[in-house]
Ligand binder design. Structure first.
Ligand code: UVW
Length: 268
């Protein structure tokens, strides 16, 4: 039993936790407010007559920090969201009433892991590596898996393991491996519902480019209506070679938000 392999024996299934721990100081995109957690009321601060007491805490966080999902309201192109929705009109009273995270239904869908790093025989792809369509399709074939309409497709570059080393790895000089437009276009053609990866920005970031240009975000969120899940922990399903599963994921139902923390599960 590992941290990620959950104890669900009584349910007659195996399940993996694909989320990373939310903690102060974890690596994250510089585009977003960081996660912060305080416990203002601790045990003993207020003790009831019977000796009982309760501790209470609070968090503040960007909704795009840690393992999270991007709602379609997250990215616009030339003033328009997915489906040609005017980005200004979609925001009423400071909330994205159209395409906000509250419009994402909880997912219980076929999930597919495309383990590109394992297929290429490396611990992690290099930061300057954009996954080609050939590499992607070869990995699928080697795993004997296929992508189907409505799937949630998870792409492993191996870069996510750097979280465990406590390294900031948001891009910068090294770049971050991931898919580019070629693979994204092919996935959109297959009619997938959502895609995730083990890196902070999901897609390939060229060395030195930072988070400025995100063409796959545009292609998925604006042009195709495909949700993006970031900062996933895909290590244990890679080790156990779990390539097909039921992906269970529910965003927080935050009215008008552009994203939400999630705790995705792979159920086998
Ligand atoms: C990034 O780091 C760019 O993440 P998001 O897509 O959530 O903004």
């Amino acid at each position: 039993m590992t941290d990620q392999l959950l104890d669900v024996v009584s349910a007659g299934v195996r399940a993996y936790d694909l989320a990373r721990e939310l903690r102060i100081g974890m690596p994250q995109s510089p585009n977003h407010p960081p996660f912060w957690h305080v416990v203002p009321r601790r045990h003993g601060d207020s003790v009831r007559a019977d000796g009982g007491s309760a501790a209470n805490d609070m968090i503040t966080t960007g909704t795009h920090v840690g393992t999270h999902i991007d709602a379609l309201a997250h990215v616009s192109q030339d003033g328009a969201l997915f489906g040609g929705v005017d980005a200004e009109e979609a925001c009423i009273g400071g909330r994205y009433v159209q395409h906000g995270v509250h419009t994402i239904e909880p997912m219980i869908r076929r999930g597919v892991l495309v383990d590109v790093a394992a297929h290429l025989g490396v611990t992690t792809l290099d930061g300057d590596h954009e996954i080609t369509l050939t590499e992607f399709q070869d990995a699928l074939n080697a795993q004997q898996t296929e992508v189907r309409k409505g799937d949630v497709v998870l792409i492993r570059s191996g870069w996510g393991a750097k979280f465990d080393e406590g390294q900031a790895f948001v891009g910068g000089a090294t770049g971050v491996p991931g898919i580019g437009e070629a693979v994204a276009r092919w996935l959109a053609t297959q009619g997938i519902h959502a895609a995730g990866a083990d890196s902070i920005a999901f897609e390939h970031l060229r060395p030195g480019a930072g988070h400025g240009l995100l063409p796959v975000h545009r292609l998925f969120l604006v042009e195709s209506g495909i949700y993006i899940i970031e900062t996933m922990n895909l290590e244990q399903i890679s080790v156990d070679r779990v390539y097909e599963f039921t992906l269970v994921l529910a965003p927080l139902n935050i009215f008008g938000a552009t994203g939400s923390p999630v705790r995705p599960l792979a159920v086998v």
